[in-house]
Design a protein around this ligand. Structure first.
Ligand SMILES: *[C@@H]1O[C@H](CO)[C@@H](O)[C@H](O)[C@H]1NC(C)=O
Ligand SMILES: *[C@@H]1O[C@H](CO)[C@@H](O)[C@H](O)[C@H]1NC(C)=O
Length: 315
């Protein structure tokens, strides 16, 4: 059943892609997408979504394209997904652009990846009329910057500076080069420096203190949804600290370049649906209309199955 749903969604995306090559149809499709987004705004909306965009290589291979074309297709998907998220009101999106583990790939590939990222980000944010500037998106490089070569770091920091202004109320966190364990080590190191300089006392260190000293900082809301595409079911050292009890993890069996509007919409709809039910349960239990105290595992056990549109992501 789930596999069937997935195939349908992919071919639906394909049909949407095909017919959207006609201008009038594009216009109508954009209108319909906005309609869907506006309807979704009436339900709870996540504040922060993180993406592991896996599958560009496999996509290129399966279509017999050059790897760079796979990455281009992936970049198109990212723009569509960002568009949907930001329009809907998800103000923070975090992407896993480069893992510290990737330094173990060949030097040539590492340099290609760095170059690609630099080019993509300048396309996204360099000019007045670039996507990030028009949409008031602040680009932030999140990770161990000491590992970035000087010339690339300069370019990236220029992009950060250009998009970091008071008007920017949306955030794109680009994790580069990043691993969660390095993030946690960095937080612990920062805190111990503060303790050494009597800025805080060790007895005052709480979960919140660790949170505030992560690379993403205190102004980032808790993570609501973590999506990994292409069917791999591991976190690869990403958001290990951030993906805690309130965060939903979705492993979607679709290659990243095939992950489009309908895919992100169904992930968010599912989250929204469960959040609404949770809020209703909370309402009943606190208002005393139900005697039975429901602890959170029970809430999940008692939930009805997800709506059909959202079952795509079920395995
Ligand atoms: C890279 O590979 C070396 C061995 O080839 C290993 O010792 C090291 O832990 C690896 N580093 C990372 C970051 O994966
Ligand atoms: C960041 O990278 C540097 C250079 O490899 C390393 O020494 C450091 O331990 C890393 N992590 C942190 C938290 O600074």
């Amino acid at each position: 059943m789930a596999g069937q749903g997935k195939t349908n969604l992919i071919s639906l995306n394909g049909i949407l892609g095909l017919i959207s090559s006609f201008p009038l149809i594009t216009y109508i499709l954009e209108f319909l997408k906005d309609l869907v987004i506006n309807m979704m705004k009436t339900a709870p909306v996540p504040k922060h979504i993180a993406l592991i965009m896996d599958g560009n290589r496999r996509y290129a291979k399966s279509k017999k394209l050059a790897l760079s074309e796979g990455h281009s297709a992936g970049a198109d998907s990212l723009i569509q997904v960002l568009n949907t998220c930001y329009k809907l009101g998800v103000a923070h999106v975090t992407i896993y652009a480069f893992s510290i583990e990737n330094f173990n790939r060949s030097q040539e590939e590492v340099e290609t990846l760095f170059g690609l990222l630099r080019n993509r980000l300048s396309l996204l944010a360099d000019n007045e009329d670039s996507y990030a500037r028009i949409n008031k998106i602040k680009v932030r490089i999140v990770g161990n910057k000491s590992l970035i070569p000087e010339d690339i770091l300069q370019d990236l920091e220029a992009i950060e500076a250009k998009t970091n202004n008071l008007e920017s109320y949306r955030v794109l966190n680009v994790c580069f080069p990043y691993t969660s364990r390095d993030d946690i080590a960095h937080s612990v190191r920062t805190i111990s420096d503060k303790v050494a300089h009597d800025i805080i006392r060790s007895s005052d260190i709480t979960l919140e203190t660790l949170n505030e000293n992560m690379y993403m900082g205190a102004d980032t809301p808790p993570l609501d949804i973590l999506v990994r595409t292409s069917g791999h079911t591991r976190l690869s050292d990403f958001m290990l600290w951030q993906a805690n009890d309130r965060c939903v993890i979705e492993f979607v069996d679709v290659l990243w370049p095939d992950f489009k509007f309908l895919n992100i919409v169904s992930v968010i709809l599912k989250w929204s649906y469960y959040r609404t039910l949770e809020m209703e349960e909370g309402y009943h239990t606190t208002s005393g209309t139900k005697e039975k105290k429901i602890s959170s595992p029970d809430i999940y056990a008692n939930l009805p199955p997800p709506p059909p549109l959202a079952s795509v992501t079920q395995r």
